[in-house]
Structures are given as structure tokens and as C-alpha cells.
Design a binder for this molecule. Structure first.
Ligand SMILES: *Cc1c(COP(=O)(O)O)cnc(C)c1O
Length: 464
């Protein structure tokens, strides 16, 4: 395989053009323009190459999405075929296309049994906007229009549109653009290490779920429409809740008749070792948002799985639902989704995560607990977090202004590894096709980057 990048322009030229015209998401525009973006030119399997020809192990699957790895021919063929045959037609005008119909059928098959219907969107954010409108519509149709309030959690991530960012619990996002929109409230996250002092994880899980009950009672049970959560928080730092958390959330939602929404945008399609995160965590949602892994990121696609409880009401009593996107059920995106899910099934990736590569990641991260910088470790399937600490014995955090996570991330970049820093949590979400040899290679790189960060920290006197 030729590892040289296409030499159409020099890296400096790319960077100058990028700085001149391209405003990047979640980026300090000026700082990036001064530093210069890293230009990724191609990829194969679990590896990327940049415009300098450096090979990089992509331990984040792009952005939590390239689950089948790069360069998968069935997805490329599906897109090519569909582009020739019918590149676009909409689903508004009482029309449908074969890929959208077949993907709807396949989704009904691979999702838990309460799901038989899907509403397609172009992204996870649009999926969560759809959730807000759909749950409020449901309660209108049920004759309880005062049920408007949706409960979410601090440090949740549900996307970047007005409703997505409002459902999310990121303070920095709420600070820009007048968010959250009305009717969305937040409870604390089930983060045992941060909030569970003095409690066993099991007791803390129940306690954290009861914050939902307290919020329901505060708002008024007849005003609460739904609760939404990621089975495992992704962008918030791979925060895996105690096993007792979700079953208790389920009990509380059942008790007050509140709709339970699982945001499966990261956890869906095998990442946690089951098809969906709700199956790993043991709960039964009424609605699920999906995106990212549905096409392994090869092309944008998202949607909402609508459980029969809600679907029957929308179908039988709803009349017209005044909502939809130009690209709802886009035939090329759906063709890629079909090819992707079939490939996940043919390669046995869910079982690979559950039985082989997920346990190996857990074991390798567990061994990293011995590292002087690592204060805590969490994994779930093919997601993992390493919490960096200043004083291992006492578990004290580094002062935030040292940005030790960014120091570590800098070493990863230079060593040819993409690992993300969320504060001082170093996180990975590797492609599900990763082999055991590739996992060992990744862990060796991680260990090396931790050692380099430790050297920096001791040289700077940060450890005393
Ligand atoms: C990425 C993400 C979203 C938003 O999806 P987009 O396709 O970026 O709009 C929503 N929820 C979760 C849990 C995500 O990780």
C-alpha cells in the first residue's frame, strides 16, 4: 500500500487556505489559524495518514463513528451503486425509496423488540430535536399537553442544534446563544468518582437515579414528559454509570409514566458489546436516537427509533406530524447504512466487542492503573477513560490551568496516536474491527505517551 499522501498541495498551502476560509466546529478560530490545522489525507483500516505522510492510529474512530474501520468495500460499493441508480429522492410527498424502506426494516430487526418504526434525520442533533417535538406531540395527543418538561443531565452531550445543545448539559455551550430553551432541566451526572465520595458504586448508582425522582417531584409529575440520557456518557469523558443506575432510572420513569429516551448515537451498533447501550445497561427505552455508527460515519445519517407505545399514538391519533428534513431517508445514506449494518453482522463485530476485544481493552486499561499518573480507569466495550491525577495516593487532581490532558494529547499527536482529552480524562473509542495485535499496539503507544507526560510533569515540578 502506498503510504505517500497525494502531493496536490504542500501542508503549508493547505494550512493557509484552511486558515483563510474554514471555520471549524468547537474550535478557537484564531488560535487554530496561528497554529495550522493537521490535514488528514487518507485512511485504511484503523490508521490515518496526514499531509506529511505520518501514519496515525485512530483510537477515536474518527469522531466515535468509524466502527467498521476505513476503506470497507461493501460501503463504498453501496454508495456508488445508489449514486448511479437514484442519488436523491425525498420522502415527503407520499414517496419512498428502496434503501430507506429496507433500512427501516433492518433497524426494526436489530433494535430491541419494542421498536418497529423509525424516523430518519441527517444527524444525531436533528434526531434529538425530533425527540423534543415528538415527545411533546405524544403528550398533546394523550390529552396531557402540560407534560412539556424534559429532564436531562449535567455534562451530557446531545448535539449542537438549539434543542440538542439545550438537552446537553455543557455549561460552555449554554453560555453561547441563550440556552437552554424553555422546558429542559438538568440533574447531576452519575459520576461516582466525582460525586460518590464515601459510597459504594452500587449505592451511588441508586442515589444518582433518585435525583431524577427529586426533580420530577420538584417540577411536578404531571408536567414531566421524558428523561433522556446516554447509556454511557461519551463526549462528557466516557463516564460509565454504576450497574444499579439505569434499572433504577427505569423504575422511576415507569412509576411516573414518563417516557424514557436513550441517546444511542455513540453506544449504538455494537460499541458497548451489545447492539445497543440500553441492552448493556439493562433498560427498556421508549425512544432511541441514533447516528454516527449507523453508517460508520461514511456518510451523514441519523434518526429516532420510535417504540410502539409512542408510535401507536402518533399513527392512530396523530394526523399529520409537521416535522421532517430534506434528507430524511436519503437513499445514498440509507444504502450505506444497510451495507454497514450487514457488515457489522457478517463480521460478528458485536460479539467481537463483547467476547474478544472489549475484554482485552478492559484488561489492558486495568493494567494501566499501575501507572503513576493514572488515578482511575473506566471501560465499557470499546470505550475507555484514564483519569490523570497529580497525587496518586490521595487521588488529587492536577490544577486545571496546567491542562495536563492537553499535554498528554500533544504527545499522542506527535507519537502517531489519536486519543482525546476531556479535562484530565484521556479517552479512547477505537474502531470495533480492531484486532488484538492492534489493540496491543495502541496500548503500548498510550503507555509511552503517559510516560512522556510523566517526564514533563516531573521536570516542571507539577508532581510535588
Ligand atoms: C455526536 C452526538 C450527538 C450529535 O450528533 P451529530 O451527528 O453531531 O449531530 C448526539 N448525541 C450523542 C450522544 C453524541 O455523541
Amino acid at each position: 500500500m502506498n503510504t505517500r499522501p497525494p502531493r496536490t498541495r504542500s501542508t503549508a498551502d493547505w494550512q493557509a487556505l484552511d486558515a483563510a476560509h474554514f471555520l471549524h466546529p468547537f474550535t478557537d478560530f484564531d488560535a487554530l489559524a496561528k497554529k495550522g490545522a493537521r490535514v488528514i489525507t487518507r485512511a485504511e483500516g484503523i490508521y490515518l495518514w496526514d499531509s506529511e505522510g505520518q501514519r496515525i492510529l485512530d483510537a477515536m474512530s474518527g469522531l466515535w463513528c468509524v466502527n467498521v474501520g476505513y476503506g470497507q468495500q461493501p460501503l463504498i460499493d453501496a454508495a456508488t451503486r445508489q449514486l448511479h441508480e437514484l442519488p436523491f429522492y425525498n420522502a415527503f410527498f407520499q414517496t419512498a425509496t428502496p434503501p430507506a424502506i429496507e433500512l427501516a426494516e433492518l433497524l426494526a430487526e436489530v433494535t430491541p423488540p419494542q421498536f418497529r418504526h423509525v424516523f430518519f434525520t441527517g444527524s444525531g442533533s436533528e434526531g434529538n430535536d425530533t425527540i423534543v417535538r415528538m415527545v411533546r406531540r405524544y403528550w398533546d395527543l394523550m390529552g396531557q399537553p402540560e407534560r412539556q418538561v424534559i429532564v436531562s443531565r449535567r455534562n451530557a452531550y446531545h448535539g449542537s442544534t438549539m434543542a440538542g445543545a439545550s438537552l446537553g448539559g455543557m455549561a460552555a455551550m449554554h453560555a453561547q446563544g441563550g440556552l437552554p430553551i424553555p422546558g429542559i432541566v438538568h440533574i447531576e451526572q452519575p459520576h461516582w468518582r466525582e460525586l460518590g465520595q464515601g459510597m459504594s458504586p452500587e449505592d451511588f448508582g441508586v442515589e444518582a437515579a433518585r435525583w431524577l425522582e427529586a426533580m420530577i417531584l420538584q417540577v411536578g409529575p404531571d408536567k414531566v414528559a421524558a428523561f433522556i440520557g446516554e447509556p454511557v456518557q461519551g463526549a462528557g469523558g466516557v463516564i460509565v454509570p454504576p450497574a444499579t443506575y439505569w434499572p433504577e432510572i427505569q423504575r422511576i420513569c415507569d412509576r411516573y409514566g414518563i417516557l424514557l429516551v436513550s441517546d444511542e448515537v455513540i453506544c449504538g451498533f455494537g460499541r458497548t458489546g451489545h447492539w445497543f447501550g440500553c441492552e448493556t445497561m439493562g433498560f427498556r427505552p421508549d425512544l432511541m436516537t441514533f447516528a454516527k455508527g449507523v453508517t460508520s460515519g461514511y456518510i451523514p445519517l441519523g434518526g429516532v427509533m420510535v417504540g410502539e407505545r409512542v408510535a401507536r399514538v402518533l399513527i392512530e391519533r396523530g394526523g399529520e406530524f409537521n416535522h421532517g428534513y430534506t434528507y430524511s431517508g436519503h437513499p445514498v445514506a440509507c444504502a450505506v447504512g444497510l451495507a454497514n449494518i450487514r457488515l457489522v453482522r457478517d463480521l460478528g463485530l458485536v460479539e467481537h466487542v463483547r467476547d474478544v476485544i472489549g475484554p482485552r481493552l478492559a484488561g489492558a486499561f486495568d493494567a494501566l492503573r499501575e501507572h503513576p499518573l493514572v488515578g482511575d480507569v473506566q471501560t465499557c466495550g470499546m470505550m475507555g477513560a484514564l483519569q490523570l491525577v497529580q497525587d496518586k495516593a490521595r487521588g488529587t487532581a492536577f490544577p486545571a490551568e496546567l491542562e495536563v490532558g492537553m499535554v498528554c494529547r500533544g504527545h499522542c499527536f506527535r507519537e502517531g496516536l489519536i486519543m482525546r482529552a476531556v479535562g484530565d480524562r484521556m479517552i479512547v473509542a477505537p474502531p470495533l474491527v480492531m484486532t488484538t495485535a492492534q489493540l496491543d499496539e495502541m496500548v503500548a503507544l498510550i503507555r509511552r505517551c503517559l510516560d512522556l507526560t510523566l517526564d514533563d510533569a516531573s521536570r516542571q515540578g507539577w508532581l510535588s
